[in-house]
Design a protein around this ligand. Structure first.
Ligand code: 6PG
Length: 251
């Protein structure tokens, strides 16, 4: 296993949320001390929600929220008010509960009926924020990711076209099994991050976690395997149920 991968095994889901929340706070404080701001990419899915609630409950008054900038790793092709919206989940569990300036929140405009246009517009938002030159990728301080039982992460699904993307920052990705498009950051953006935290909880993730971390299957079938930052670090926060098929020596 490469040196820039670390596996943090926690016992219960609650321990996992706590451990990951502490890591976010630590990373925020360190990034602000070093660079004057903290750029974080939020993930959808059910696992991060409890962690967002913990951060909201414990850190509302202790963080310099005006120096924290929020982005999303992926979005369902729905308006921000939709119960399926990743933005809405983060808004309800975290952003509405802390004093973050609205100008620091950069959501994916997935209400656009044209998913490719939404992706292009988000790419422009990111390029502008980071003052990127053509061909450059942003260096987010922290990208939070989940992993589905099929090994997908963000909206990078197994054998989907977005996995081949080498130059774009954001693309719309057709997801056959849901018969819809999703809008997602691309692998080059994930892999340019300073730090990536995967949050993986529950027995339904055990087999795929084993495959992703220890198996020999191809990355196209298990997209989470393709998350290998060039200079950054990946931390896998896993609970006991999710880690139950990992060999004892790992981590
Ligand atoms: C989404 C996600 C997706 C998610 C995984 C894991 O929009 O659904 O960004 O990649 O993180 O599917 O989801 P759970 O945490 O719900 O298992």
């Amino acid at each position: 296993m490469s040196e820039n991968i670390e596996i943090r095994r926690l016992t219960t889901p609650q321990d996992l949320f706590q451990g990951a929340a502490e890591d976010v706070l630590h990373c925020a404080t360190a990034s602000i001390a070093k660079r004057g701001r903290f750029t974080i990419v939020l993930s959808g899915g059910s696992t991060p929600k409890s962690m967002y609630q913990l951060i909201a409950a414990n850190s509302s008054s202790s963080l310099p929220w005006n120096k924290i900038f929020f982005f999303w790793g992926d979005e369902r092709h729905v308006p921000p008010t939709d119960p399926e919206s990743n933005y809405r989940m983060a808004q309800e569990s975290l952003l509405s509960k802390v004093p973050v300036p609205p100008d620091n929140v950069f959501r994916i405009p997935a209400e656009n009926p044209d998913a490719s246009a939404a992706a292009e517009s988000y790419e422009e938002t990111i390029s502008k924020f980071f003052s990127l030159k053509p061909g450059e990728f942003p260096k987010f301080d922290l990208i939070l990711l989940g992993m589905g039982p099929d090994g997908h992460t963000a909206s990078l699904f197994p054998e989907s076209p977005a996995l081949q993307e080498k130059t774009r920052l954001v693309v719309s990705n057709w997801v056959e099994k849901f018969n819809t498009s999703r809008i997602t950051l691309t692998l080059p953006v994930l892999n340019a991050a300073r730090r990536i935290a995967f949050l993986v909880s529950g027995a339904d993730k055990a087999a795929v976690l084993h495959e992703v971390l220890e198996g020999k299957g191809p990355g196209e079938k298990y997209p989470s395997k393709l998350v290998q930052p060039t200079d950054g670090k990946v931390i896998w926060f896993v609970d006991r149920a999710a880690a139950s098929e990992l060999t004892a020596s790992v981590g």
